[in-house]
Design a protein around this ligand. Structure first.
Ligand code: ADP
Ligand code: ADP
Length: 231
């Protein structure tokens, strides 16, 4: 589905400037958009609006042409899957954690064969064989994020929302996670909120947010030389 955000205004409190002040952004099927900008720019607020955790003052969010205020919250969640910063892990191997993934995210069970094929593709892509046998509760922060991402991708979410997935990791682990993540989400409709610019030449569009407004947008190539590009 295409997600169209138009002239979105969100105000957290009446006596303060809006956290989003007329933001427009389109997520087109199969394309990835990175949302970057300094702390306080409004990135989390935009994700909250997509997840319907805050009510916009004005503007619209449409999913396949339908205003999300006309969708049931469950339907919105079925379309847009976000990763939680603190994924729930069963006391079981990583592999079993992946096997158990899904119903809570999409409300439907995938055929076992489909799930197995996707898992195999994932393992192949990340070279993850060694980790699969480990207890899910003992893996590193980076592996935990990979587990959460793999879980989400196994369900083939129509739209993937990623909020600072490398936030809690040290530099080396963060770079490695982002590289895997950019590899694994290729071809998935994705909104990636991040302050890490490395690897963003792979995304289709970078949107720079500052003080609730989009100040720049374009590909990495278009933005990297331009003055004031957020670093
Ligand atoms: P981030 O930079 O990841 O958005 P913040 O520290 O800005 O982290 O925000 C953490 C949480 O606190 C978010 O859920 C955000 O919506 C909320 N938050 C941020 N600023 C305020 C505020 N002034 N009043 C209440 N909640 C806030
Ligand atoms: P970012 O994710 O880019 O760091 P946020 O969306 O968290 O930015 O915050 C944008 C602005 O809105 C900031 O001024 C922040 O303090 C404010 N804000 C965020 N969440 C809340 C909240 N729940 N209540 C009040 N103010 C908030």
């Amino acid at each position: 589905p295409t997600v169209e955000i138009e002239h979105l205004v969100v105000r957290h409190s009446a006596d303060r400037a809006p956290a989003l002040n007329g933001v427009s952004l389109t997520l087109t099927p199969g394309r990835r958009v990175a949302l970057v900008g300094p702390s306080g720019a409004g990135k989390s607020t935009l994700l909250s609006a997509l997840m319907r955790l805050v009510e916009p003052e004005s503007g619209t969010i449409r999913v396949s042409g339908v205003d999300i205020t006309e969708l049931a919250a469950d339907d919105t969640r079925r379309v847009m899957t976000g990763l939680t910063q603190d994924p729930y892990v069963f006391q079981a191997s990583v592999k079993d954690n992946l096997r158990l993934a899904g119903p809570e995210a999409t409300g439907e069970e995938l055929a076992e064969a489909v799930r197995r094929a996707r898992l195999e593709r994932w393992v192949e892509r990340t070279g993850w064989d060694a980790v699969l046998g480990e207890d899910g509760r003992t893996v590193s922060g980076g592996q935990l994020q990979r587990l959460a991402l793999a879980r989400a991708l196994l369900n083939d979410p129509p739209v993937l929302l990623l909020d600072e997935p490398a936030e809690a990791l040290d530099e080396t682990a963060a770079d490695a996670l982002m590289a895997d993540l950019l590899d694994a989400t290729h071809g998935h409709t994705t909104l990636l909120v991040t302050h890490r610019l490395r690897g963003l030449e792979q995304v289709d569009e970078i949107v720079v947010l500052e003080n609730g407004s989009v100040v720049q947008r374009g590909t990495h190539e278009e933005l990297v030389g331009s003055p004031g590009y957020y670093r």
